[in-house]
Design a protein around this ligand. Structure first.
Ligand SMILES: NC(=O)c1ccc[n+]([C@@H]2O[C@H](COP(=O)([O-])OP(=O)(O)OC[C@H]3O[C@@H](n4cnc5c(N)ncnc54)[C@H](O)[C@@H]3O)[C@@H](O)[C@H]2O)c1
Ligand SMILES: [Fe+2]
Length: 382
């Protein structure tokens, strides 16, 4: 690791972590006198018992909760515009995001749009749009209900274009939540396939962040511990969930997101086009691709793979050992080994490779990835 220039390291917001912490929301809002939250979630979460209880508990304390849940599985710009209209029409004074990564990303994107009303993709971070994020944003609270993206501790929202489905990143340090209520009880009823896919997303964050290019020992330490927690708990959380396995997964998913400010890599670039082209769930797309993407990264980075193998408590402390662990873990949690099992066809490969090489994640991969490499990786995984 060489520190060849000045790097900036940022660390996140206040986190209230533990069973029951989400019940602190009403008193928290009362204390800061914000009594008109826009609650952003998705339609499924809006129907769950814990969500209804939380809304009731807000109402009991005299807090008016306006719920916005009309969002796409892979959120698009019009979701953000509609949510902003709701915020305006209902005269809201803050935003509370409750849900998985999709809902939290829409919540964060609405947060940005409230005081930044030019075309939303003008703020696209990849074209330097973060410089236009100059105004203040409303108070923002996040409550995760999946253990995957870690979006609750993030500063970015991933929103796709309605027509092209291309994903854009909106980023600003202003978009960090002021407080996160991370309550593992909310994840207890997550169905096994969602637990598996979101958990593999969290593992991908920790692994890709650990080996990403930027020198960042703080994040590397977090990422190693994050992957250790997932190694200990993902299978249990999927097959026989208890509070301990759910707590470890929720913690590890936040650690992954904290760690990936260091960068992501080839696996996320393989995964993003699957969501754009085929609407594949983000975590599932990462899960199927991670063994192949990690295998691609081994040569030249053997020492880092050895440390990952140790964190995961593997017998075989090598890159191949890590890849075998990933295939085995996928099998144990019900994730297929091949892309053809999740709807990818030979005819998709060229387009997927075009989209992958244009993706924002792989420039931080420890080694360069060409279009030819992407094509080969898709072909291998097919
Ligand atoms: N901002 C970031 O840093 C970041 C990072 C990675 C991914 N993402 C984005 O996050 C999104 C994926 O997020 P995700 O993996 O959490 O999936 P998700 O938000 O799509 O949720 C998956 C499914 O689980 C359901 N669900 C959520 N909580 C539940 C609960 N407690 N019980 C039962 N069902 C529940 C949802 O309704 C949904 O159907 C993608 O849009 C991706 O682009 C964002
Ligand atoms: Fe991810």
């Amino acid at each position: 690791m060489t520190f060849d220039k000045i790097y900036q390291y940022n660390f996140p917001t206040t986190i209230r972590f533990g069973a029951g912490s989400s019940q602190e929301l009403p008193d928290y809002l009362l204390k800061i006198n914000l009594l008109k939250p826009l609650i952003v979630t998705d339609a499924t979460v809006a129907g769950l018992a814990f969500f209804k209880q939380l809304i009731d508990s807000l109402k009991k304390k005299g807090i008016s909760a306006e719920v916005f849940h009309d969002i796409h599985k892979n959120p698009v710009k019009s979701d953000v515009y509609n949510g902003t209209d709701r915020y305006d029409a209902a005269h809201r004074d803050c935003i509370v995001g409750i849900g998985g990564g999709a809902a939290l990303d829409v919540a964060r994107a609405i947060l940005l749009r409230i005081n930044h009303r030019e075309d939303f993709f003008k703020y696209d971070d990849l074209i330097g749009g973060d410089v236009y994020v100059t105004h203040e944003v409303p108070h923002f609270v996040t409550i995760p209900t999946t253990a995957g993206t870690g979006s609750e501790v993030g500063r970015s929202a991933i929103i796709a274009d309605d027509e092209t489905h291309q994903k854009k990143i909106l980023f600003s340090p202003k978009l960090l939540a002021k407080i996160v209520f991370a309550d593992p009880l909310l994840t207890m009823e997550l169905p096994p396939p969602i637990t598996a896919a979101t958990g593999m997303d969290a593992l991908t964050h920790n692994m890709e962040a650990y080996i990403a290019k930027m020198p960042h020992p703080i994040c590397e330490g977090i990422a190693l511990e994050g992957m250790a927690l997932i190694g200990q708990s993902l299978e249990k959380a999927v097959t026989k969930p208890d509070l301990e396995s759910r707590s470890k997964m929720l913690m590890a998913s936040m650690m992954g997101a904290i760690a990936f400010q260091k960068g992501l890599g080839v696996v996320h670039s393989l995964a993003h086009p699957l969501s754009s082209l085929l609407d594949t769930h983000h975590g599932l797309a990462n899960a199927v691709n991670i063994p192949y993407g990690m295998r691609f990264n081994i040569s030249g980075f053997e020492a880092k793979f050895k440390r990952m193998a140790r964190a995961l408590d593997l017998k075989e402390e090598t890159g191949e050992g890590v890849v075998k662990f990933l295939f085995d873990l996928n099998a144990k949690v019900g994730i297929p080994h091949t892309l053809s099992k999740i709807g990818v066809k030979q005819e998709h490969v060229e387009t997927l490779a075009d989209l992958a090489v244009a993706d924002f994640a792989h420039p931080n991969n420890p080694k360069p990835v060409s279009r030819e490499d992407f094509k080969k990786l898709y072909q291998e995984a097919l």
